[in-house]
Design a protein around this ligand. Structure first.
Ligand SMILES: [Zn+2]
Length: 516
């Protein structure tokens, strides 16, 4: 299978200025690149005329959660329509492997909206099942600490025995040997929240010889942000782990916005000494999306969503939780926005803040939040607005920050739930914010191609050059933008004319409208 893409401005992913040229694809790879018209010659390949648009390497989503959604919805329209051809999954400590009797039911309940049976037990088995569905994009998985811990000790055990820790080390080693691209933690979530420094160092020692990345959703992104970054640095140094990647880097909560200077100084000081390399990802939005259950006060915030939902079935427990929320303050809940729920009667309120929902339902926000959690805690997702636009800009300016959607691949329909608009619009927004900051388009493209390829060791992706995989995006830089918002989160990005994944066209919105 050959194809010659002519009449394009090649943005090769290095950050260098674009140059006119043509690209020959053969057997899923880039066979040749020429920077003069007719340079490759009539290679007896069908010609695709790029109409003078930019041809860039396929974008790499440095932080995604398509582990299960890509099985259920392999077309990945939300990702591919914004130019994404590869995603790093297994983030925030959550991966669909390793699976044992200790965590299988829990994982199936967590992902129940996708209606998928977990028939595998390890990365290799998961990978086989994924590839059997022929997903539109490439998926690279990390082994997640929460899944790993639950596979040997379940979701409730706080302190691990030596044998359990040993079991975790063995399973992590197995998944890394099968090709997992990194190891991730989500130390805010159960059971990662129970882990000690000693446990994490023991696991990082298994990872270190592979020279792959340790990614972490920090224990705290707000009140203890600096301490949490410092902890990650310390653990990596102690274990001899050289690559640290901070997930969705932010200063969460207005009271913590001023920590940005200290944060940037800490990263500058610790990331540049040769023994440790620090990178990060960020979505270009200031509202975060996570489980609604994180709005609960202690001790309910320590419960996983499946146990929480069980717990709330009891009327006394339910009332106690409503009261605890009320004591914490209605006003805090009013600013939170409902993004997704599997509970039918509340679907019409998706996109609204709890202040509005509370007014419409004539009930307190505390009651409504508890009710949503009682009906469907795992499916209740909410947007929390606690981030600063100015800090977002400062974070994006850092040369080691890639773009991560923090979302799962979705169809345009809402059949598998509603996405944060970042699931459809991160790439155009990220690139636009950088070009607004006086970066060139080429430099912005490098941040979503060669940079993440380097961080995650994807040696054959992220550049346009001979022998690289033929993952390509043809786009009009001036028209590349996203209108997706919380009312219309699944709005497709505009400006993308065609996307190739491993040499095959997987997205071409105007194919029927005369693009030859
Ligand atoms: Zn996370």
């Amino acid at each position: 299978m050959k194809q010659l893409i002519t009449n394009v401005l090649i943005v090769d992913g290095s950050g260098d200025p674009a140059r006119g040229g043509e690209v020959l694809i053969a057997n899923g790879s880039i066979a040749a690149v020429s920077y003069r018209r007719g340079g490759i010659g009539a290679a007896s390949a069908p010609v695709f005329n790029g109409q003078g648009m930019a041809l860039a390497p396929g974008f790499i989503d440095a932080h995604g959660h398509s582990d299960m959604s890509l099985l259920a919805s392999p077309g990945a329209i939300g990702k591919i329509s914004q130019g994404i051809t590869s995603e790093i999954a297994g983030n925030c400590g959550l991966s669909p492997f390793p699976v044992t009797d200790m965590n299988r039911d829990h994982l199936e309940a967590l992902w129940r909206s996708y209606n998928e049976k977990i028939s595998w037990s390890d990365y290799a088995g998961y990978r086989r099942e994924l590839l059997r569905r022929s997903p539109a994009i490439n998926l690279y998985s990390q082994c997640g600490h929460n899944t790993l811990r639950a596979a040997v000790a379940g979701y409730e055990k706080e302190e691990l025995s030596a044998a359990e820790l040993d079991g975790m080390r063995r399973l992590l080693l197995r998944e890394l040997q099968s090709g997992a691209v990194g190891f991730s933690t989500g130390l805010l979530y159960t059971p990662g929240v129970f882990s000690t420094g000693g446990e994490l160092v023991a696991l990082l020692r298994v990872l270190a010889p592979f020279l792959r990345v340790y990614t972490t959703h920090l224990r705290s992104e707000g009140n203890r942000l600096i301490e949490s970054v410092a902890e990650s640095v310390r653990l990596c140094r102690e274990a001899g782990q050289r690559y640290l990647h901070l997930s969705h880097l932010k200063t969460a909560g207005a009271a913590n916005h001023h920590k940005i200077d200290e944060l940037l100084e800490l990263l500058r000081r610790e990331g540049g000494d040769g023994a440790l390399s620090i990178s990060a990802d960020r979505y270009p939005y200031v509202e975060s999306l996570t489980q609604l259950s994180v709005a609960l006060p202690s001790p309910y915030d320590k419960m996983d969503d499946v146990s929480l939902m069980d717990f709330l079935q009891d009327e006394d427990n339910f009332q106690t939780v409503v009261e605890a929320l009320r004591t914490q303050g209605e006003e805090r809940l009013h600013r939170i926005r409902l993004v997704s729920t599997g509970y039918l009667p509340f679907k019409r309120y998706i996109g609204l803040k709890f202040l509005d929902i509370s007014n419409i339902c004539m009930n307190s926000a505390s009651y409504i939040v508890a009710e949503l959690l009682r009906r469907d805690a795992p499916g209740a997702m909410a947007a929390f607005c606690g981030m600063s636009v100015e800090n977002l800009r400062r974070i994006l300016r850092l040369p080691f920050v890639a773009c991560g959607t923090d979302e799962s691949a979705r169809p345009q329909s809402f059949e598998f739930g509603v996405s944060h608009p970042r699931g459809f619009g991160s790439m155009p927004r990220f690139i636009r914010m950088l070009t607004d900051e006086a970066f060139s388009f080429e430099e912005a493209v490098a941040r979503v191609t060669s940079l993440p390829a380097r961080i995650f060791n994807l040696s054959n992706r992220g550049r346009i050059a001979a022998d690289m995989a033929a993952d390509l995006v043809l786009l009009d830089p001036d028209r590349f933008y996203s209108d997706a918002n919380f009312s219309q989160p699944h709005e497709l990005a505009s400006g993308v004319a065609a996307v190739w994944v491993n040499g095959k066209i997987k997205y071409q919105p105007d194919a029927g409208k005369g693009v030859s």
